[in-house]
Design a protein around this ligand. Sequence first.
Ligand SMILES: [Zn+2]
Ligand SMILES: [Zn+2]
Length: 587
Amino acid sequence: MVKLKNRMQKNNIENIRHSFAHLTNIAVRKFYPKAQPAIGPAIENGFYQDFGNLNISKEDLPKIEKEIRSIAKQNLTFKKELWPFRKVVDFYKKEKQPYKVQIAKDLVKEKKLTKLGIVRTGDILVDLCRGGHVKNTRELPLDAFKLTHVAGAYWRGDEKNPMLTRVYGLAFAEKKELDEYLAFLEEAKKRDHKRLGQELDLFSFHPEAPGFVFWHPKGMLLRQALMSLHHELHRKAGYQEVSTPILLSEDLWKRSGHWDNYKDNMYFTKIDNRVFAIKPMNCPGTILVYKVRPRSYKELPIRFAEAGEVHRHEPSGTLNGLMRVRAFRQDDTHIFAQPDQVEQEVIDVIRLTLQFYRIIGLKEPHIELSTKPEKYIGSLAMWRKAESTLKKILNDLKIDYKINKGDGAFYGPKIDFHVKDSLGRSWQLGTIQLDFSMSERFDVTYIDKDGRQKRPVIIHRTVIGSIQRFMGVLIEHFAGAFPTWLAPEQVWIVPISDKFLSYAKDVQQRLLKDYPALRVVVKEENETLGKKIREGEVQKIPYLAVVGEKEQAQGTLSPRKRGKGNLGAMKIDAFAKILEKEIKEKN
Ligand SMILES: [Zn+2]
Ligand SMILES: [Zn+2]
């Protein structure tokens, strides 16, 4: 019963949203009679309506929105009729609406219909539509709707087709929901990593290399702080670091299966008439390192870590700040294990991953198990075995997970760790992939107790995944206010005036003597104290330590902690101790 009610409510909100799309169609064509409407579906949180032959911008939306409200107040009814196909086509040809003609033709061709659904909105609009409306425009909640923006969209989503203009709107059942959603968007904007990346001077993008990140000094400091935690945990867990080339020859990729299964995402180049690919994954290089000499069962498991730079082609329309790029560093490790070691290794990786996220303070990830995709290598028996192994581990650990059918890597099933960004979009970070195929393809072996050559299982795993993406999530999660251990600049020493600059530098040196790893900057600029403090707040610096006459006389400093305020004057070594403790505990 509850379910049924929910479904009705959901239906209803979709009807509301889609009805607004019809009104957008009417309103836009009142101002721009030559606009050619295409589709206008309900979407999450609202709707959109596409138009050909329309060139408008955000500034035009208020008048259109006003018109929609006034149309709705005419209490128009939505009425459905069935028209013969010919009548529909003739009507839209006469109306000069080519997209509607196309939709009608496709419907007849694909669904073998002879009659098509037409919806009238009062006497104003005749629209080709499969239905799903409110009965009368008076039911539309006019205080819970808003046109938001305009964007380009290809007809049928295909870049070979003409670019249409898409008008987006939000629509909810009640004003309260709209207000909440707008507040959420506002908060998300504050946390947007692209904006913060610029404000905090962390990274940039340039037209000279679309989809490739340029890291600035502070971005590198943040990245190094993150990776030093990563190294520490991995070293303790028995990982060994290797590094392999970015360019590897074509035959290697044919052997690995990437050529057949991943070529469309790869970049190629020629050297001395030989074709090379820029690696999209680190696996084959690492496997060559494993194979330099025979390996004994006593050495296994071998955990070769390589945070290598990989390149993967993504269509330009899908690029999105740090979240989706064309080159990223991935904290890969390939674990070569005996079959009976696999379970424990996977369990250890899951624990390590969750520990890493917990230390950083990310929200609990949700976990997905991805199974055999359409393009795959290896036998079905191998896949079944690998999938059931992963399932058993997750069940034994009592971890909740969702099955993601057909989304595994082409060489094996995987466990993925997903975390949400500020807009609630979910991103895959870590992954654990079980692979029984690559060791056959590359003839990877170890010598077992009985003296026989056997094949190890290869576990491909990342904790961070793409370091670029992880940092995007991190920036949004903390809204740029990083905990002290991560902050690119941890302390600013701010002299009250030039007179105390040399004392400020003394303080810096003494802090560094007590604590050499500290990232401490003296603000030398000849600005007022107030201005420097404000800048420090905008830059979200964890500690701003002011020094002046009194501090110099007493050999102290007066730190202000971000979000906490003034801590009062204290001795330099006392401050160093506070910092050291906080950084060590990663609070
Ligand atoms: Zn409709
Ligand atoms: Zn791999």
